[in-house]
Design a binder for this molecule. Sequence first.
Ligand code: AMP
Length: 207
Amino acid sequence: MNIIFLGPPGAGKGTQAVRVCERLGIPQISTGDILRRAIKEGTPTGLEAKSYIDKGELVPDSVVIDIVRDRLKESDCKNGYVLDGFPRTVAQAEALAGFAEIDKVIDIAIEDQKLIDRLSGRRVCLSCGGTYHVSTLGGATTCAKCGAELVQRADDKAETVLSRLSVYHAQTAPLISYYKERGKLAEVDGAQAMDDCFNAILNQLGA
Ligand code: AMP
């Protein structure tokens, strides 16, 4: 099954995508992770993307569309995949329709204030991708999975969070009606407990 996870930054797309992909045995394709890796490796794409990401703006459509088009050609995608963080604009969705057949779009919906709390307390492991919240870390500063240092993403700083949310409302939220009109949309409450959200998603996927 080819699935899109839609939703504002901090809704839990990444966390839920990892779990759903494990359960279904399909790859998670996160454009944010791919771009952060490119930045770390200092590739030309990474250098171009960094200035946008640090400001909370979207990386140009052409850059992310090429990334996803190439990634979907890899053999592990032949039995399905979860797109996490792509598409983020109507132009990206239209381009995607030209090279992929999407079965279901899961919109993880949650109000802005909850997102601000979640994002500003988020800490991530740049080594293995583990994600935590300060409220559950009990003062720990290293990753429970791999032991690497936990950091706050530059784009999780308070002022950048606000601009990411306004970018989401202006550019990504229109995808909700885009996919609703095409009969592909299912909404899940992103404010509920993580396990409940996971079960609601599986339910919507009929998995
Ligand atoms: P994420 O990890 O999905 O929150 O993405 C982090 C940042 O990467 C976003 O704030 C954007 O700057 C950039 N990014 C990720 N996916 C896309 C996309 N589909 N289109 C444009 N920019 C993206």
